[in-house]
Design a protein around this ligand. Structure first.
Ligand SMILES: [Zn+2]
Length: 223
């Protein structure tokens, strides 16, 4: 089973991906995490990615597809895996289909209004030293502006500023609408309301996934 979580930045799909991974024993593959690691390490791939992210742009399909491909061929992905942040557009989805066309898949789109997303994202602060993430709305540091873990200064990432967020969302929607159409046509698409509590959203995702897993087992048994 391949679980694809789509949703704009700030939709909470990373959290939902962790929950799905833990419950079903699927590794969660977050392209955002992998890319950020490349950026921190300053690899050639990371440098290219950083230049794009600083502009509020998305990283090129070629770079992202290469990274994901390496990851899903690992043995821990044989039973299933969760993709968080990939594919972002139809071209990447086709790349995925070429890599692994036979695997059963389910796509869940966690949706929120632009207003809710901007308020969530612009409240995010990150420790420049250890990378701990805070949110002035939900997870406030104990001392204003300082990391609980290492007492270093908290910063607002370039791509969490409102102007950049709006640009990111515009790019996101432009690329994601055709992707949604692509998965609707494949009849694997589900829309999830992302405004509620984490637990309620996860219950909805779980019940859809449970149903799909049972269906898939019946298909496999009939073969
Ligand atoms: Zn810190």
């Amino acid at each position: 089973m391949r679980v694809i979580l789509i949703g704009p930045p700030g939709s909470g799909k990373g959290t939902q991906g962790d929950l799905v991974g833990n419950k079903y024993g699927y590794p969660k593959i977050s392209t955002g995490d992998i890319l950020r690691l490349e950026v921190q390490e300053g690899t050639p791939l990371g440098k290219k990615a950083k230049a794009a992210m600083d502009q509020g742009d998305l990283v090129s399909d070629d770079i992202v597809v290469e990274i994901v491909k390496k990851r899903i061929l690992q043995p821990d992905c044989s039973k299933g895996y969760v993709l968080d942040g990939f594919p972002r557009n139809v071209s990447q989805a086709q790349g995925l289909e070429e890599m692994e066309g036979n695997r059963a898949e389910i796509v869940m789109n966690i949706s929120l209004t632009e207003k809710a997303l901007i308020s969530r994202l612009s409240a995010r602060r990150v420790c420049f030293r250890c990378g701990a993430v805070y949110n002035l709305l939900a997870r406030h540091p104990k001392k204003d502006g300082l990391c609980d873990v290492c007492q270093s200064k908290l910063i607002q990432r370039q791509d969490d500023r409102p102007g950049v967020i709006k640009e990111r969302l515009k790019v996101y929607h432009r690329q994601t609408e055709p992707l949604i159409g692509y998965y609707k046509e494949k009849k694997v698409y589900h829309r999830i309301d992302g405004e509620g509590k984490i637990e309620a959203i996860f219950d909805e995702i779980s019940s859809i996934l449970d149903r799909e897993i049972i269906l898939q087992e019946e298909v496999d048994a009939a073969r």
